[in-house]
Design a protein around this ligand. Structure first.
Ligand SMILES: Nc1ncnc2c1ncn2[C@@H]1O[C@H](COP(=O)(O)OP(=O)(O)OP(=O)(O)O)[C@@H](O)[C@H]1O
Length: 357
């Protein structure tokens, strides 16, 4: 648990690092995002499997006139979990109550939220994997029996007064479904896993966002932005806003391919969506360590970053893209790494470097 929180804290701290390709968002950015969120399921781009399954769950519940099963949404940040939770409430014609694992410090906080729900409401619990254990246990009972036990008194004289709850639908969101305890996972009748988006779907996200923002976006520019967005609508929308800034300040105001390329060049986002940190890590791996294997700490020091930063911010995307591999002896470059950097790999042979992790 401590490690898990440490990692997330490290990732949260990095919001201040101001990466235009970060998949997380701060409060200011979330406000900008609100205007771009699809409101109904038919507006939600991509994720056909989750969308179709969810549509079925909702339609069946509506035709029965009852609240649907609880829904768990998992997947990396920025892929649309919060958006889907809002859509679920909108499709059901009910209101959405929002909380999050870290916001609930004590079981009593959750009891207060639960006991104020009204019939049929949707309760969205973001980062549900970060709920404290007592709150988690309270949630099991609430989800299964629609009841909370209010503890009155302390010690031996304490007693539990059961309080029945209206039928509600819990929607949990997590970036780490694997860390959710099985008893909690099992209480969700439907689990949807969101995948990274392909470029064609990201283009659709961009075209939709441009329309909402009143931007004229050329098809080729949409394609260019999509291909640099790391499979993530949040990043696509952010890059669109940055390209618009560039076009308004330095360009003609028109968002064409040249404007997209120039703007993304200014923000140092390359054609595969790598930014300065990603490239610094890969360049160090190849030029200083002959392509590895090299330990995470050594690699991080060589680019002047904390190991957590490299591990949680740069590495997941680089590994997913096949631009870096993890081996028991450390991080290694792949043939794609050398090609992407335009470097020639050394002739086959051993490595000169020690590995520290
Ligand atoms: N399928 C989609 N179609 C259109 N826009 C989308 C889609 N998915 C996400 N977006 C846009 O991306 C932004 C981020 O989405 P959202 O906040 O739902 O992600 P999330 O998975 O909840 O992220 P986090 O885990 O960081 O909370 C939203 O502003 C939304 O407009």
């Amino acid at each position: 648990m401590a490690d898990r929180e440490g990692e997330e804290q490290a990732a949260d701290d990095l919001v201040g690092f101001d990466r235009v390709v970060s998949s997380s968002a701060d409060e200011l950015e979330r406000a900008a995002e609100a205007a771009l969120r699809p409101r109904r399921l038919h507006e939600f781009v991509g994720q056909p499997v989750v969308r179709d399954q969810l549509s079925l769950v909702l339609r069946a519940a509506m035709s029965r006139g009852s609240a649907p099963d609880h829904v768990l949404l998992s997947g990396p940040p920025g892929l649309g979990k919060t958006t889907l939770a809002m859509i679920i409430a909108a499709e059901l014609g009910t209101s959405l109550r929002v909380t999050s694992g870290p916001a609930i410090q004590h079981a009593g906080d959750l009891a207060a939220v639960l006991s104020s729900l009204t019939e049929g409401e949707v309760l969205f619990i973001d980062e549900i994997h970060r709920l404290a254990r007592p709150a988690e246990e309270l949630l099991y009972v609430a989800m299964e029996d629609f009841r909370v036990d209010i503890i009155v008194g302390k010690g031996a004289g304490a007693s539990a007064i059961p309080l029945s709850l209206p039928r509600f639908t819990a929607v949990g969101a997590t970036t780490r479904a694997g860390l959710l305890p099985a008893p909690l996972r099992d209480r969700f009748g439907f689990t949807g896993h969101l995948e990274f988006y392909d470029d064609a779907d990201l283009e659709k996200v961009l075209v939709r966002s441009a329309k909402l923002l009143g931007i004229e976006l050329e098809g080729a520019a949409a394609g260019e932005i999509a291909s640099r967005s790391r499979g993530t609508p949040r990043i696509a929308n952010r890059l669109l806003r940055r390209v618009r800034d560039w076009a308004e300040v330095l360009g003609t105001g028109h968002l064409d391919l040249a404007a997209a390329r120039s703007a993304l060049g200014v923000y140092e986002v390359d054609e595969r969506g790598l930014d300065r940190l990603d490239r610094a890590v890969l360049t160090a791996l190849c030029t200083r360590f002959g392509g590895g294997p090299v330990g995470l700490s050594t690699l991080a020091v060589s680019v002047g970053e904390e190991p957590e930063t490299v591990e949680t911010v740069a590495e997941p995307f680089l590994v997913r893209e096949g631009l870096m591999a993890r081996s028991p002896r450390g991080r290694v470059a792949t043939s794609q790494t050398w090609a992407h950097l335009g470097l020639t790999p050394p002739a086959a042979g051993g490595t000169l470097f020690d590995v520290d992790s």
